[in-house]
Design a protein around this ligand. Structure first.
Ligand code: UDP
Ligand code: MG
Length: 152
């Protein structure tokens, strides 16, 4: 059960436009997490507002929605042991300037408003966002051939 924890990861429009989709996916693949779902989507403003509803009172909310709406994004679900927490570590800090080299934000971006990737900070928000972006049948069940080489 713990090995099937899931997180919702999005490559934002800046990450897509800069051609970082492959590099970002590669990090999750090489870590050993399992890709459960993925789509390239031009999200509507309404959908993006819903997605970030918890941040609606923050001053950066309008800018965040505008940025997320400025081009296609890659929406993904990744699965694995502690994937929510580990995914956040792989992302780096909210401000790329505070993100260590080796993290995605630490390696690929400079400013908080161009932070190239979104990831959940709790299992609860992961569940909520996965169901906002994907239909149940889009979440693909299969066993990775590496499973027994990744988990004890
Ligand atoms: N954001 C921003 N300015 C800020 C804080 C956040 O533009 O001062 C944007 C940024 O794109 C960030 C997103 O809002 O990724 C969501 O903010 P959150 O605090 O959830 O950070 P994250 O979870 O992405 O690290
Ligand atoms: Mg957040």
């Amino acid at each position: 059960m713990a090995n099937s924890e899931r997180t919702f990861i999005t490559i934002k429009p800046d990450g897509v436009q800069r051609g970082l989709v492959g590099d970002i996916i590669k990090r999750f693949e090489q870590k050993g997490f399992r890709l459960v779902a993925m789509k390239l989507v031009q999200a509507s403003e309404e959908h993006l507002k819903q997605h970030s509803i918890d941040l609606k009172d923050r001053p950066f909310f309008p800018g965040l929605v505008k940025d997320m709406n400025s081009g296609p994004i890659v929406a993904m679900v990744w699965e694995g042991l502690n994937v929510v927490k580990t995914g956040r570590v792989m992302l780096g800090e909210t401000n790329p300037a505070d993100s260590k080299p080796g993290t995605i934000r630490g390696d690929f971006c400079i400013q908080v408003g161009r932070s190239i990737i979104h990831g959940n900070d709790s299992v609860k928000s992961a569940e909520k966002e996965i169901s906002l972006w994907f239909q149940p049948e889009e979440l693909v069940e299969y066993k990775s051939c590496c499973y027994d080489w990744i988990y004890e």
